[in-house]
Design a protein around this ligand. Structure first.
Ligand code: ADP
Ligand code: MG
Length: 764
């Protein structure tokens, strides 16, 4: 007798050794196993005839083994298999495939899955390189009847390997998983019904099947299920499982939000005096979008419950002034406001511009800077001013959290460039015990598609600045090969002669090195589908491969053409192409005061050309800079390039972004570069970035509060996400009247279980 909670080791055919392998993949119980879903399906009842293959298409075929050979080339042995049916044939080859030598017998039926490439050899019109394969059991005779039932003449599920090995040395293959899952599902069908976790009226309303049926039909689709729907995970059975997961995710977020609304915040007043104070500091006419988001923020701030709002706006859309206005409201109400930035450079820049802006205000505002770079005495005095309430606007870096700053009366916390910080829950540390909950406004230029924002920041309200300040012209973006460097430098020089300034950005500080922490390369070999991307990044979580490791791998890969680095090129350009111009260097390894001094000189126009790394990626605002040159652009992620480009085009003058590429550009990098040239739209670029990297990489996995989903894909299942959210809202608000008490209890239990086990970190 088995139940959902039965440990997998106790299943026939698993045992302790495989049990350990499964445990490493997070599969401990029968329930875990059931939610290890197929990632694709093969229709072995209607296999595609070889004659219908199209060049370049990825397809699964079934054919008979007609011959094989192990070829020894100079580099490595290649195993070649010729298969066919009728007059058609196809060659499959595996590099280093010595281990395959005895796997196939003449006359075996095999299923192959791979890309059909045109072939010029005699082995048929097409070849497949490194296809996935399975030898099928013979249709009759002495083969295992269960295998015959599961492997041929039906739609067959294909699973990601569960790792480990069986006694006979084979891996825990798809075939192994199929057999095990089939047996488990059979056994469950015999026993008492497995507990349902969704209210029955809800299932009915949405037209979704019950839990066991959904699991059965997802693993073993009934005959006649449309293949297209299956592959896209759109059958009712699959959608039910997707919904189940998203519903509990959204419900948890919804309740979190509700709890927050019950806490005490500050109800700020915005009378005429406050409005006058705001007007006095405004240096320009706000755009309609800026006005709208400010109104949304003000509405929140006036409420007695704490604000939790995400302000999204593309680079250069003007978030800073909105933030400063919010800060002024708090200050005019006698509260302190904090503005936190991810880098020293940015914090300092905010500090300088806030001081300048507020100097025009109705009275003198006390602005204090607190960063890790200050000496101890200055830190001490800053802390004292903050504690005594003399400091009204406090601008700083993470030092604000690390140095355990106590506030006299903190009313508003603003976090700039949120995506650059780690777990956002830490910001609540700033709350004073017993005091009111401060309002929190987080700002980001990462243009997260709305439905995703809803989930990643599910407990935040979202405001969007979807309009750039007037007078901006699009940044002219060009792509050139590195061999044209001298032309590029000539172009930069012309701009400088017209009084403009330029950035030249490199992926490295100095030579290939292990610890260059600010690098955030694009994943070079992005996975095909985002579901597995999410899984991959989840698997990597333990050994969270930092950017450094990635970079080392990349550097090793490209040993023939070493990457240029900021320090080397600074020397090179300063003495070469730009010998007569004022050249500066800025990177993350410089001391904080050096960085500050250089940035200051660039801001004041005392430096013409700033050679930098991605330290300038976020927030830096020098409107006179009109040229951004990115070397080794193929190495940068899309979001990062877009951010870098956002450093220019901030004034009225025409601006340029030059993407210089090295010799080898992968297909994915081509797509990124194309997209950059084609589009200036942050949302559009973010979509592609998300597709290439998957949500895990995109958001930095759990770091950003990203839930670990095992069924749903935030990209693929956006529609279901909306539905799940609506249902969760209704339930949380007590609007679902068609539920029994037992169902309410069941939902509560399931929610607790799912959140504790799966999203441990998200719930702070
Ligand atoms: P981001 O949203 O990237 O943080 P910033 O707040 O740094 O953008 O603003 C970008 C530039 O646009 C700044 O130089 C800022 O002074 C200017 N700016 C912002 N709002 C307006 C506006 N309404 N009209 C004119 N210039 C503006
Ligand atoms: Mg900014």
């Amino acid at each position: 007798m088995i139940a959902l909670g039965t440990p997998v080791q106790q299943l026939k055919g698993v045992g302790p050794r495989n049990g350990e392998a499964l445990a490493r993949r997070g599969v401990h119980t029968v329930e875990d196993l059931l939610y290890h879903l197929p990632f694709r399906y093969e229709d072995r009842l209607h296999p595609k005839p070889l004659s219908e293959l199209v060049a370049g298409e990825t397809a699964s075929i079934i054919a008979e083994v007609r011959g094989s050979a192990l070829l020894y080339t100079r580099r490595q042995p290649i195993f070649e298999l010729t298969v066919g049916h009728g007059l058609q044939s196809l060659t499959a080859s595996w590099f280093g495939g010595v281990y395959l030598k005895d796997r196939f017998k003449l006359g075996d039926m095999v299923a192959l899955y791979g890309r059909a490439e045109p072939s010029r050899s005699q082995g048929g019109r097409f070849k497949m390189i490194q296809p996935q394969f399975e030898v099928l059991p013979a249709a009759s005779g002495d083969s295992d009847p269960l295998e015959r039932l599961l492997e041929v003449g039906r739609i067959v599920p294909v699973y990601e390997s569960l790792g480990g090995t069986t006694q006979s040395g084979a891996r825990l293959t798809s075939r192994w998983a199929r057999r095990l899952l089939w047996q488990v599902l059979e056994a469950l069908a015999q026993g008492p019904p497995i507990p349902e976790v969704l209210p029955s009226a809800m299932l009915q309303r949405l037209g979704l099947p019950g839990r066991l049926q959904a699991l059965r039909e997802t693993h073993f689709p009934p005959e006649g299920t449309p293949m297209q729907e299956l592959q896209e995970f759109r059958t009712a059975a699959q959608q039910r499982l997707v919904f189940e997961e998203l519903f509990y995710l959204e419900l948890g977020l919804e309740l979190k939000r509700k709890r927050l609304r019950e806490r005490d915040g500050t109800a700020f007043q915005t009378g005429e005096l406050v409005r006058d104070a705001l007007k006095q500091v405004l240096p320009f006419r706000p755009t309609a979008a800026q006005k709208r988001v400010l109104r949304e923020i003000v509405d929140d701030m006036r409420k007695p419950t704490p604000m939790r709002r995400l302000l999204q706006g593309d680079v250069g859309s003007g978030k800073t002034i909105v933030a400063l206005q919010a800060a002024l409201i708090a200050i005019e109400n006698g509260s302190q406001a904090v503005l936190m930035a991810p880098t020293e450079i940015l914090a300092t820049q905010h500090y300088l511009s806030a001081k300048k802006l507020l100097a025009k205000g109705a009275r003198r505002y006390q602005v204090t800077l607190l960063t890790g770079a200050l000496d101890d005495a200055s830190k001490r005095s800053a802390r004292a001013r903050i504690l005594r309430g003399e400091a009204e606007l406090i601008i700083g870096t993470q030092a604000l959290i690390q140095e355990k700053v106590d506030f006299a009366n903190l009313g508003l916390v603003i976090v700039d460039e949120q995506h650059r910080f780690g777990v956002r829950q830490r910001f609540t540390l700033m709350k004073k015990p017993g005091g009111n909950e401060p309002d929190v406004l987080v700002m980001t230029a990462t243009p997260i598609p709305r439905t995703l924002a809803m989930t990643i920041y599910g407990d935040l309200d979202v405001s969007v600045i979807d309009e750039l300040p007037p007078g901006r012209t699009p940044v002219v973006t060009r792509r050139v090969g590195q061999q044209k460097a001298s032309e590029v430098w000539e172009f930069v020089r012309k701009q400088v002669q017209r009084g403009r300034q330029a950035y030249v950005v490199y992926p490295l500080v100095e030579g290939p090195s292990e610890d260059q922490p600010q690098l955030d390369f694009a994943a070079e070999a992005a996975p095909i589908d985002t579901k597995s991307a999410a899984k991959k990044s989840a698997a990597k979580k333990g050994a969270r491969r930092g950017a450094a490791a990635k970079q080392a791998a990349l550097a090793g890969m490209d040993a023939r053409a070493p990457l240029r680095s900021a320090v080397e090129m600074y020397d090179d350009l300063r003495h070469g192409a730009f010998a007569d111009l004022r050249v500066g260097l800025l990177h993350g390894r410089m001391a904080a005061d050096e960085k500050e001094a250089t940035m200051g000189r660039f801001q004041r126009g005392e430096i013409d050309i700033l050679i930098a790394t991605t330290v300038i990626e976020v927030g830096v605002d020098v409107p006179n800079a009109t040229v951004m040159v990115i070397e080794h652009a193929e190495r940068f992620g899309l979001a990062q390039m877009h951010q870098l480009r956002g450093r220019v085009g901030r004034g009225a003058a025409k601006s340029y972004c030059v993407l210089m590429t090295g010799e080898r550009v992968s297909e994915e990098a081509e797509q990124r570069l194309d997209a950059m040239v084609r589009s200036q739209n942050g949302f559009e670029l973010a979509e592609l970035d998300l597709q290439q990297r998957g949500p895990g990489e995109f958001f930095g996995t759990r770091q950003a509060g990203m839930p670990d989903l095992r069924v749903a894909s935030l990209l693929r299942d956006r529609r279901m996400l909306e539905i799940a959210k609506a249902e969760a809202q209704d339930l949380a608000a007590g609007r679902l009247h068609d539920m029994t008490d037992a169902e309410r209890e069941m939902v509560r239990t399931q929610l607790k279980e799912q959140w504790q086990r799966r999203y441990g970190l998200v719930e702070a």
